[in-house]
Each structure stands twice: as structure tokens, then as C-alpha cells.
Design a protein around this ligand. Sequence first.
Ligand SMILES: *[C@@H]1O[C@H](CO)[C@@H](O)[C@H](O)[C@H]1NC(C)=O
Ligand SMILES: *[C@@H]1O[C@H](CO)[C@@H](O)[C@H](O)[C@H]1NC(C)=O
Ligand SMILES: *[C@@H]1O[C@H](CO)[C@@H](O)[C@H](O)[C@H]1NC(C)=O
Length: 505
Amino acid sequence: MILGLVAFAIGLVAAATIGQILGVRRRNASQRAKLLSILGVEQAETKRIVGFFHPYCNAGGGGERVLWAAISAIQRKEPDVVSVVYSGDTDTTKDKIIEKVKARFDIELSPKTLDFVFLESRYLVEDSTWPRFTLLGQSIGSMYLVWEAMTYLIPDLFIDTMGYAFTFPVVSLVGNIPVGAYVHYPTISTTMLSRVKSRTAGVTNSAGISSSAILSTGKLLYYRLFMYYYAYSLRQARFIMVNSSWTKNHIDSILAHTDPLLDAIHLLPPLVLLEILSRKRSECPKTAQIAYPSCDTRQMSVFPLAGRERVILSIAQFRPEKDHAAQLRSFHKLLEAHPEYGGQGPSSAKLVLVGGSRNVGDATRVEELRLLAKELDIQDQIEFVVNASYPQVLNWLSRASIGLSTMVDEHFGINVVEFMAAGVIPVAHASGGPLLDIIVPLDRQPTGYHATSPETFAEAFHTVFNLSPEADIAMRQRARTWAVQKFSAEEFEKAWDESGWRGWL
Ligand SMILES: *[C@@H]1O[C@H](CO)[C@@H](O)[C@H](O)[C@H]1NC(C)=O
Ligand SMILES: *[C@@H]1O[C@H](CO)[C@@H](O)[C@H](O)[C@H]1NC(C)=O
Ligand SMILES: *[C@@H]1O[C@H](CO)[C@@H](O)[C@H](O)[C@H]1NC(C)=O
């Protein structure tokens, strides 16, 4: 009896949903025609529409640069494609956005093959809407937000550029269209899951208070379910692009994530519906492809390579993870092992720390670093440049010999790219982006150095200072050639095309 009622209720909800979906699909043709006529497009039947899901498209950050660079490339190369951006920036207009993109990124967008769909329910994906269970709340919020998007317009290809993977099943179901994604950062990672797992084990083992054990078991279950559905959603995509090796490693391991118990549960009704509606696992992408965002290196890539001063330059906000103390210690080791770099003589070296200080925490850190420099008795050869202006940064980049980065496991490291483009030889911690993506050999010849401890950093400094003039110039040139080419707009467009997005139109 109860079972019958439940089945009836599920049937009712399903019927209502199907009714809604059919309604949205029926409106699709007229909505499309309206959009194309507003744009003044001729031969509307030959046009294809690519929808970009980017609710914060007016934010002006790195993620937005990727979006506009992609659209601008499509506009130049594919006159028959109309790009539509689903945005929640209801307080602005198409013309204002195009203007801002030009001013902020120097990217030219044509109004003829670009339009916007403004969404009302963006608050559903805002952090502040979900003080608890933020991940879950935002994910469900994004599903509703994309439903709103689809009621305005169903494109021919849907590309999410902001990391809302939970929208993919909704779009597949409502629009019956292919989905692709450009991912900057995984919503949840397998390392997060295993960290929660090991903490749970720890709590249970220590026979701690049972309530906290229940709490962390609950948390584990939450993460486990979240990971399961996140992987499920990602697999609905036909192609996935990522912005770095770091993100690729995470996304690849999520695509390979399995959970036999949850798989088994999904063979039972009504969950089995999910399996029936989803794409077969064998058709899903196994790995993500890297399309590095382009970096603007125009100004620094013309600095002369010769005549560099013995300056070791660090450019990093005074945040704890940047590990500025390690920079002071490395410099101290250099002076200890090679006293000739000390004092004020002709061969004396200098460490310059350029960086922003955002708050009291950062300012305190700067004071502590000054104290540490005194303690190590190297303060006369250290210069702090707090809150440097951009011209000041460029000036140091044009003079320095070595660029230093000590952060461990940095996801990327745009400062290292800038060092290299400026002709500054990079010495960076052997991990993360600087190891995997940035300081890699060109024609089997090094473009910089990696280190792990104050001793090895000091050794690398000494090596650079003792390069023969020819080797020195050659290495600076290699570093520049590599950085400018690999992180150029052309390379980004090439990688974007290699994702095969066009094949899905
Ligand atoms: C939407 O309309 C276009 C053009 O009329 C058509 O090709 C497409 O199949 C429609 N999509 C859906 C989901 O009905
Ligand atoms: C990729 O995106 C993340 C998150 O926005 C960012 O921290 C990282 O620097 C980006 N990597 C590149 C290569 O831009
Ligand atoms: C640096 O800038 C921040 C905010 O822009 C400000 O609060 C701080 O006082 C500045 N610090 C210095 C040393 O100029």
C-alpha cells in the first residue's frame, strides 16, 4: 500500500518533470529564432549556437580571460557559430561587458555573433546563500540555475567554463545536447576524500568520544556521496579541458573514481533511472586535455638579456604559503658558502622581495621577515618592496638576474612565467606547476633550476652567477622563448581546438 503510494508519487513527479521538459523543448525553436533575429543574422538555419555557462562573466579574473579568449577565437575562425554566454550579471548590459573586456584584457569581441542570457537565480550559487553544506547547496543551486538558462535558450553545444559540473546531467536531459567543460579547479578532489577518510579512521581508532566519531563518519559519507555524483556528472561531458597539469591530475583521478557499493545501490529503482539516463561509461572521456591560459607577457618580453645585476628577485604576496622565510634562509646559505657575495663589493648580491600586503596578517609577516633578516645578519643585502606598483615590478624584472619562488605545490605560478618572459632565470621549488608545467627543458636544454632546501637553492644561485656570459645569455633566451610561446594566445587557441569541440556541433 505505502509502496504503491510512493511509486505513484514518483510517477507523478516524473510526469510533471517530463511535461516541463517537453514545454522547454517546444519553446526552443522560437527562442532561437528570436535570438538570431535580434542579432540580425542572415541564413539563420546554417548557424550553430554554442552556450557558455559562466554566471560570473563580468568578474575580470583569470577564469574570465579564458572565456573571452575562447569566444574571441571562435568569432575569428567560425563565422557560422554564435556564442551565447549565460551570465548572472543582471546589473550590466552586453555593450558594457564587451567594453570592459576590451579595457581589462585587451580582447576584441564582435557584438554580431555574441549575445547574453541574463539569469535571475545566481544567488543560488553564492557562498553566502549556503552557510552550511556549501558544496552541496551550490551544486544543487547550479542545477536550478542551468534549468533557468535552458528555459531561455537551448544551444547546440553547452560548455561550462566555471566548474559547475552538476549542470551537465540537467543539460543533457533537458536539451539532449552535447556538453563540454573547461575546468580551472576541481570542486572536490580525491585527496580531500582520502584526508577525511584517514581522519575518520584516526578518530575511531583513538576510541574518542562517540559523537565526534558519528560526526566524522557522517562527514565521510557526505564527501563520498558528493564525490560519486561529481564523478558521475563529469562523465556526462564529451570533452574536458583543464588549465594545468595539477588540475589534470585531479580530474583524471576523479574520472577514474569508482565506488562499487554505491554502484550496486544504483542498480535499484528509482536510482537505476540515473544509470539509464546517463552516458555509458565506455563513451566518457578518460582524461582531460590541458589548454594553458595565455599570459600577457608583451611588456616584459622585450627587456634586454645582457647586463643583469646580481639581484635575486622574488615576486609574491606576503602570504604564509609563499614561504618567504625559506628565501631568506637560502640567501643566507649562499653568503655562508660563498662569502664573496657578501658586503658591498663588486660581486655582492642582493635579495629583493616584491609583494603585496593585503591585511594585518601580511604586514605582521613582513615585520617578522625583517627580524629574521637581522637575526641572520643579512639585512643589509635585503630589500623589501611592499605594495609595489606595476611599473616598479617591471623595473625589477628588467634588472634582476635570478627569479626566486619557494612555494611548495603551487598549482601554477604566473610569477615564474613572468620571470622567464622577462629573461630572468627562474629558481623554483621542485613541485607543482613550476616543476610540471613551467620550468621544463626546451630542446633538451634547461630553462631554469629547481631546488628543495636552502642548500640546494643556494647552490642554484651560485651556478647561475657563474655561468659563462654565452651560457648566461643562451639560458635567458631559452627561458623567454619557452614562456612566451607556451603561454601565448596562439597556443591556447590551438589546444582549445584540439579538444574537438567543433566535432560536437
Ligand atoms: C532546438 O531547435 C533547433 C533548431 O530549430 C533544433 O535543431 C534542435 O533540435 C532543437 N532542440 C531541441 C532539444 O528540441
Ligand atoms: C587554474 O585555475 C586555478 C583556480 O582559479 C588557479 O589557481 C591557477 O593558477 C590556474 N592555473 C593557470 C595555469 O592559470
Ligand atoms: C598595502 O596595501 C594595503 C591595501 O591595499 C594597505 O592596507 C597596506 O597598508 C599597504 N601597506 C603598505 C606598507 O603600503
